[in-house]
Design a protein around this ligand. Structure first.
Ligand code: UTP
Ligand code: MG
Length: 511
């Protein structure tokens, strides 16, 4: 009983489907065809129906539950699913349930051979899985500082891919593109569910077209051609190699690449002029690019703490950066120094450095004076446009981890500190990047928030402050741009309160 016209929401008949013309015998009772009229048109559908019946096939309304093979011409799988739904076919539980959705090629081949041919993948119409109902998963807020981003998350394959793309964009000097990839990676890190299909990201913010494309390719093929090309490119690899030298930024690395340099040895071969920082960076390249473990960071913190307390009792040393966010290892050690009596901290850093240096702990150091007080304009002092660099007094150093007296500071015979080494082993050592930052007590909470990171988290916190609250936030303070007042805070919690944000623990700022 062929249905030559599809009637919407027609009740399904109980009668088994049979060839339209009773003069034809049913030869394949297990196969019931349904022809989708959309794009096929009524007259062609009638013609094909007659043809199928003449070959002994049953044909029925494609929306009937009896139909086992839905045949369509010129429609995508998704379009067919949508059309069936609109025309009253009950939805299936999952992709793959229900009738086979087939291209006309299967029909033509079957008519040609006079029997239903085996369904090959090429006959099937591709259907994308429906997006999972996001309502159940909750909406994702647009700013990173409104989200909780744990260290361990469920989408690391995707975030690794996006972060590589972000790095590559940065190497090309495209900050905007780099930021777009970083934001997409950040939002995926905050999702408490694994992304399996790109459609699930329908209402997730911060995922642009390009990121979406990379995500889709990685999900469907396990990798992305564009990503593979980046990873294999000579420029990307060389830029990565050079920017991992302490003191070398994207501009310098790019210049060396343009000049034809490709390896660290090339720098020496071509007698490239390096500043002191870069020389130290090159000398300790391997160590500085071996992750610093938590126990190593704590050991260094303790050495600094002992020295600080010896010089200024009551002063505190706090391990910040990635370690405060719960990371088990990092690329450096970020230490924040303060004293509860404001003003006591002035002059402290020089003395601390002098002691550490005399004990052989500093393989390299450079000191930057506090330039905050020299800014006369109030608003400039809290200008968010200053980026992440703040104006605290600080020392950028390469620290000698291990007893300096027990080694020859990196000479040819010196034993190196392996990851399995026990803390305190006197004959082993490792060069570690350490930042010492001194902050007045009244600015400590802001400095702690800023130095805890992550960089993405901090960037969005500032963006949120400015655009949503008309406030300017940096590592020194929070300023209300309309009321023209500073909003003091003694803790990170108070800063979140000023901004009307729920408090996010350091461990949840791993954006
Ligand atoms: P890091 O570069 O050390 O990042 O800066 P990290 O998160 O600790 O990463 P690993 O674990 O070392 O690899 C730490 C934080 O300090 C801030 C950055 O924004 C970052 O969030 N920072 C850095 C400043 O606020 N000012 C600066 O001048 C430098
Ligand atoms: Mg760090």
């Amino acid at each position: 009983m062929a249905q030559l016209q599809v009637k919407k929401r027609r009740p399904h008949r109980a009668e088994p489907a049979r060839p339209a013309n009773s003069e034809y015998q049913v030869r394949f009772p297990e196969v019931v065809l349904g022809l989708v009229e959309k794009r096929m048109g009524t007259s062609r559908k009638m013609f094909l129906t007659s043809l199928a019946c003449s070959r002994g096939f049953c044909v029925d309304d494609p929306c009937s539950e009896k139909v086992t093979h839905v045949v369509s011409e010129g429609n995508s799988g998704d379009e067919v699913v949508e059309w069936l739904k609109k025309n009253g076919r009950p939805p299936t539980q999952a992709v793959g349930d229900g009738p086979a959705l087939l291209d006309l090629s299967w029909f033509t081949e079957s008519m040609g051979t006079g029997r239903p041919v085996k369904i090959e993948p090429r006959h099937r119409l591709r259907v994308t899985a429906p997006a999972e109902p996001l309502e159940e998963k909750g909406q994702v807020p647009p700013y990173i500082c409104q989200r909780r981003t744990p260290l361990l998350h469920l989408n690391s394959t995707l975030t690794d891919a996006l972060e590589t793309m972000a790095e590559e964009a940065k190497f090309c000097g495209s900050e905007v593109r780099s930021l777009a990839f970083s934001r997409a990676a950040s939002v995926l890190k905050s999702l408490p569910w694994r992304v399996n299909r790109v459609q699930q990201l329908h209402t997730v913010p911060c995922i642009g077209e390009h990121s979406r494309r990379i995500i889709q390719e990685v999900l469907e093929d396990g990798t992305s051609a564009e990503l593979d090309k980046v990873r294999q490119s000579e420029r990307y690899r060389t830029m990565k190699l050079f920017t991992k030298i302490f003191g070398v930024g994207v501009r310098r690395a790019s210049q060396w690449y343009q000049e034809g340099l490709r390896t660290l040895a090339d720098l020496q071969l071509h007698q490239i002029k390096l500043n002191k920082e870069q020389q130290a960076g090159l000398l300790h390249y391997e160590d500085l690019n071996t992750p610093v473990e938590l126990w190593q960071a704590e050991a260094i913190s303790q050495v600094v703490r002992n020295t600080v307390e010896q010089i200024l009792p009551g002063a505190t040393v706090t391990l910040t950066g990635g370690f405060r966010r719960g990371k088990p290892c990092g690329h450096d050690v970020d230490l924040l120094i303060t004293h509860p009596s404001e003003g006591q901290e002035v002059g402290l850093l020089c003395k601390v450095i002098s002691v550490l240096d005399s004990q052989g702990f500093l393989l390299y150091h450079s000191v930057h004076r506090n330039s905050f007080l020299s800014l006369e304009d109030q608003e400039l002092r809290v200008s968010a446009s200053a980026g992440t660099m703040d104006r605290f007094e600080r020392c950028l150093s390469i620290f000698h981890l291990g007893d300096p007296a027990g080694s020859n500071q990196g000479g040819p015979g010196a034993q190196k500190l392996g990851s399995s080494a026990v803390s305190g082993a006197s004959s082993l050592w490792k060069a570690v990047r350490v930042d010492l930052v001194v902050t007045p007590y009244s600015q400590y909470a802001f400095a702690l928030l800023g130095w805890t990171g992550s960089r993405n988290f901090e960037r969005d916190l500032r963006r949120f402050s400015k655009h949503e609250k008309k406030m300017s936030l940096n590592n020194h303070g929070l300023y209300h741009l309309e009321q023209k007042i500073f909003l003091p805070a003694a803790s990170e919690e108070e800063i979140f309160q000023h901004l009307g944000l729920a408090y996010i623990l350091p461990e949840e700022r791993n954006a």
